[in-house]
Each structure stands twice: as structure tokens, then as C-alpha cells.
Design a binder for this molecule. Structure first.
Ligand SMILES: NC(=O)c1ccc[n+]([C@@H]2O[C@H](COP(=O)([O-])OP(=O)(O)OC[C@H]3O[C@@H](n4cnc5c(N)ncnc54)[C@H](OP(=O)(O)O)[C@@H]3O)[C@@H](O)[C@H]2O)c1
Length: 267
């Protein structure tokens, strides 16, 4: 990707051990000086760091094993970044989780963890790293979801956390406009990663997603990095997803309610 060259020196990517986060690391590696990879699974991050450095010997890769749903882990991470004089000019808030099924029968611990990870961690890291991002005229890329523009029964809390992410990103972008810090909300539709399996409550349940709707992680990341360097506010990667988002945006709320009353996510 030509126009990414020289755009960002040091990127911090949360949820870099798999799925979209790993793909962000792979696509940024040829262009960045330093990548800071964060997730819980340290051995996986170590292996990814080795892979990236083998391919890009100029690259410095720092890894941090951190459970971002825990405030104390986040505080340790923020402290370690300061102590190591690591000042990202790109923050990719990607780590996230879902939970398919009725709210009533959900496990409260999982629901609370999801809110802490999808909402609190993203907000906390944005707040903590913003002073450095302002100095560097950097950027924040928040991974939201197509679900952020829909109230989704059987995926209610997840969709609500992503509604927060999209709304927060749009508002923060306006606050930071004059400081030269760009904020992008990335709103993918379904992507084949480990996300679906982790969101499922039982291995027997099936994800009610049309195959044709899936977008490859490579495309989601490529399109969103291109949107970032172009200074865009929001992107729905993939043509079908973009068309669906545009259609949803045109519908009156009563039509959205009617469509969602069929509970398309019921499994
Ligand atoms: N896949 C989709 O269909 C889809 C669609 C729209 C939006 N998204 C969003 O895309 C983002 C990335 O998801 P993905 O599809 O790439 O799923 P994924 O393959 O399950 O990746 C999730 C990543 O988050 C990390 N993570 C999970 N819990 C964490 C915690 N408590 N602390 C730190 N890291 C944690 C995981 O690493 P560890 O297990 O090592 O901690 C992993 O690297 C999420 O925000 C998701 O909501 C996904």
C-alpha cells in the first residue's frame, strides 16, 4: 500500500494475537519502525513477533501480555509504555468479544467482561495515549461493527457496545480535528476470524450469517488502513456491507424494528 509509507512510525495494536489484529500487524509491518502488540496470550504474541521480524528485519516489535478487561492490567500496560519511552502515533483499538444469545440467559460475568473490553478498555487507552498522539499528530483506529448501527436482538449487548464505539469515535474525531489527530471507526460486517466461535454459547449453535456477506480479514484491514490515511471518519469494508449500511441508514426506525423483530441472529 503506497500511501501508508511513512504515515505512522509506531503503532499499538490491541488484540494482535489473531484475526483482524494480527492482520493489522502484518499489513503495517513493512511501513512501521515499531509495532506494539497487546493481547492475553504471550506465547502467541512471541511467535508473531518472530514471524514479523524474520520478514522485516528493520522492524522493532514489543509485546505485552495484558488482559485489557482488567483495569489493573491496563494501568500496568500504560505504565510500561511510559517507562519504555514508547509513544505510539497510531492506536488501533481492535480487541473485542461478543456473546450470541438472549440477554436474559446470558452469563453476567461474560457480559460484564465484554462491556469492560469493548467499551472501557478502548476508552481508557484512547484517554491515556491521547497526549502522545496529539504531539505526534497521530491517529486512532477503533474497530467497531456494522452492528453498531442496528439494535440486534440476541446480540443486544455486543451491538450496544459497538454503538458506543462508533458514536465515541465520531465525537472524538470532531474534538480532535484542530489538533490534527484523526479518528476512524471501522465497521465490518461478518469476517471469518475466531470471533464467531468465541461469541457462541455452545458449539452446537449455528451462526445465522449468509456466506456471501463475509469479507476477508485482509480486505477489512487493507481498506481501513487506506481510509485512515485518507482521513475518513468511518468505513464499512466490502461492497455488500457498505451497501447494507447505506440501506440501513435510509430506513426509518419503525422499519428497522420490524426487520429486527424476525430476530435474524437467533441461533
Ligand atoms: N469477526 C467478525 O465477524 C467481526 C465483525 C465486526 C467487528 N468485529 C470486531 O473486530 C475486532 C477483532 O475481532 P476478530 O474478529 O479479529 O476476533 P478474534 O480473532 O477473536 O480476535 C480477538 C482478539 O482480541 C484479543 N482479546 C480478547 N479478549 C481480550 C482481553 N480481555 N484482553 C486483551 N486482548 C483480548 C484476542 O487475543 P487473546 O485471546 O490472546 O487475548 C484476539 O487477539 C473485535 O473488536 C470485534 O468486535 C469482528
Amino acid at each position: 500500500m503506497r500511501d501508508l509509507s511513512g504515515a505512522y512510525r509506531c503503532a499499538l495494536i490491541t488484540g494482535a494475537s489473531s484475526g483482524l489484529g494480527l492482520e493489522y500487524a502484518r499489513q503495517l509491518a513493512p511501513f512501521a519502525e515499531t509495532l506494539i502488540l497487546v493481547s492475553r496470550r504471550e506465547e502467541v504474541l512471541e511467535e508473531i513477533a518472530r514471524e514479523l521480524i524474520d520478514l522485516h528485519p528493520q522492524l522493532s516489535v514489543k509485546i505485552f501480555s495484558s488482559d485489557l478487561s482488567e483495569a489493573s492490567d491496563r494501568a500496568n500496560l500504560i505504565g510500561a509504555l511510559a517507562a519504555g519511552n514508547l509513544r505510539p502515533d497510531l492506536l488501533i483499538n481492535n480487541a473485542g468479544m461478543g456473546d450470541y444469545g438472549e440477554f436474559r440467559s446470558s452469563d453476567w460475568e461474560k457480559t460484564a467482561e465484554m462491556i469492560r473490553l469493548n467499551v472501557e478498555a478502548l476508552t481508557h487507552l484512547s484517554h491515556a495515549l491521547l497526549p502522545g498522539l496529539s504531539v505526534e499528530k497521530g491517529a486512532i483506529l477503533n474497530v467497531s461493527s456494522l452492528g453498531s448501527i442496528l439494535p440486534i436482538p440476541d446480540f443486544a449487548v455486543y451491538a450496544a457496545t459497538k454503538a458506543y464505539v462508533t458514536s465515541f469515535s465520531e465525537a472524538l474525531r470532531l474534538e480532535l480535528k484542530d489538533e490534527g489527530v484523526n479518528v476512524l471507526a471501522v465497521c465490518p460486517g461478518p469476517v471469518r476470524t475466531g470471533f464467531g466461535d468465541r461469541a457462541r454459547r455452545s458449539t452446537a449453535s449455528k451462526l445465522p450469517v449468509q456466506d456471501a456477506f463475509y469479507v476477508a480479514p485482509e480486505q477489512v484491514v487493507h481498506d481501513s488502513l487506506r481510509a485512515l490515511v485518507r482521513g475518513r471518519a468511518r468505513i464499512y469494508p466490502g461492497l455488500k456491507v457498505a451497501v447494507a449500511a447505506a440501506g440501513i441508514g435510509l430506513l426509518p426506525i419503525c422499519a428497522v424494528r420490524f426487520i429486527m423483530s424476525f430476530r435474524p441472529r437467533r441461533s
